[in-house]
Design a binder for this molecule. Structure first.
Ligand code: AMP
Ligand code: GLY
Length: 425
């Protein structure tokens, strides 16, 4: 079979490595891919992940048997719709279903209409009305730009002055462009966060192993928000009891709500959850695999990934058992010094010739030039280890992370510590 994967980060590398385990897969094309992915797939750097006409042309010209659209932008832009029109089976939601991530107003209104637990909220398209509302609000409060904003469209002001500045920056100064034409102002929730990615064909659902992201740049959850500095799986806060509550009050109601709205969701639905004192609530939905959650979840998948993705596309997921390893996984992100603010690119990377059997290095932001691997992004590599316990997985991931070299290499040193502490209580 010939497969095509749209995207070029660590998440896509993890998907590609897993798809390759299926013996019927002969070739995988990555559009655009990256320097490290080139060792596992045929990369087409000229075709960017948002260039939908070129992606569809490429798929037709190369007789692609199955496509996976991984990033949010092409999903929101209708890449799956266009591939389906061209007769190409693929994994991912269509544009209507992708609104569950692409519009916070859509997802908040969906949850309100169908009684799915989430933070209470108001929607504003007029900055003056938003400012007026804030006068009588309690703080901290959460302000979210409606549209996609590279994971940066959420601000948590601590007082009225900060909140007014946030509204001005999103709605008037357009810090996130047109994504900020509308905003959601919502209640600040507390409790541990859990990411649950789930395969769904619109009706049946197979939640994956739960995980925990570490979004802040610095140790101890300090510093700026990033795309994610590391992950662990499973998340110890996600007990069997919590999982059952989530299935009954969040997962199945969300799928039913999307069907009722005429946009059944097929693909990977990501539930960003907070386990509050009043039970689990939805912080956000994503219409795709999380990054770097995928880098700890897929290594624990025992069932063949292509088989699961085809069952989603064919709407036969209810007939498939999806199995997971009992162990744990940890991923430590190696970033360029300065990320998520300004950072330098083009640093020569040195990777170990071999890694232990339980370690995989996923490439997120690098490119090949003259036979050398050079850094080309903020998040450069994700070093994942799997092991029987989380403590062992962390030890092995950090040991392997030390064997990689590039100028300015930066990582957090406390990935998984909160999870380990939670396991002790
Ligand atoms: P998001 O981009 O929606 O994942 O939000 C980024 C981060 O902001 C989340 O991971 C949470 O830590 C935090 N956050 C978002 N919404 C809320 C909320 N209602 N209450 C508390 N924290 C929140
Ligand atoms: N790691 C969070 C996300 O993928 O949105």
């Amino acid at each position: 079979m010939k497969l095509l994967v749209v995207g070029g980060g660590g998440r896509e590398h993890a998907i590609i490595k897993k798809l390759k385990e299926n013996p019927s897969v002969k070739t995988i094309y990555a559009l655009p891919g990256n320097g490290g992915i080139a060792a596992d797939a045929v990369c087409i750097p000229e075709i960017g992940a948002k260039d939908i006409p070129a992606i569809v042309e490429f798929a037709k010209a190369n007789a692609i048997d199955f496509a996976v659209v991984a990033p949010d932008d092409p999903l929101a832009l209708g890449c799956v719709d266009r591939l389906h029109e061209a007769g190409i089976p693929c994994f991912g939601p269509d544009a209507k279903a992708a609104r569950i991530e692409a519009s916070k107003v859509f997802s908040k209104n969906l949850m309100k209409k169908y009684g799915i637990p989430t933070a209470s909220y108001e929607v504003f398209n007029d900055p003056a009305k938003a400012m007026e509302y804030l006068q009588s609000a309690s703080f901290p409060i959460v302000i979210k730009a409606d549209g996609l904003a590279l994971g940066k469209g959420v601000l948590i002001p601590q007082d009225l002055d900060e909140a007014k500045a946030a509204v001005k920056s999103i709605m008037e100064d357009k810090a996130f462009g047109d994504s900020g034409n509308e905003i959601v102002i919502e209640e600040f929730l507390t409790g541990p966060e859990v990411s649950v990615l789930a395969f769904t064909d619109g009706t049946a659902i197979r939640p994956m192993v739960s995980s925990m992201d570490h979004k802040r740049a610095g140790d101890g959850d300090t510093g700026l928000n990033t795309g994610g500095m590391g992950t662990i799986a499973p998340n110890p806060c996600y007990t069997a009891e919590v999982a059952q509550v989530c299935m009954d009050t969040i997962f199945l109601p969300t799928l039913a709500a999307m069907r009722s709205e005429g946009c059944p969701f097929k693909g990977c639905l990501y539930f960003g959850l907070m386990i509050t004192p009043n039970g689990p609530k939805v912080i956000e939905y994503n219409c795709r695999f999380g990054d770097p959650e995928t880098q700890v979840v897929l290594p624990l998948l025992k069932t063949d990934l292509l088989t699961v993705m085809q069952a989603v596309e064919n709407e036969t997921l209810s007939e498939l058992e999806v199995e997971w390893s009992d162990g744990a996984a940890a991923c430590v992100i190696l970033a360029s010094g300065g990320y998520p603010s300004a950072y330098e690119k083009g640093k020569v990377m040195t990777l170990p010739e071999t890694t232990p059997e339980n370690v995989v290095i996923y490439h997120a932001g690098d490119k090949l030039a003259g036979g050398l691997l050079l850094t080309s992004g903020g998040r450069v590599l994700g070093v994942t280890a799997t092991a029987p316990t989380l403590a062992e997985a962390l030890k092995d991931a950090y040991a392997a992370a030390e064997t990689v070299e590039f100028e300015g290499k930066y990582m957090r040193h406390d990935i998984g510590q909160r999870a380990l502490a939670a396991m002790e209580v």
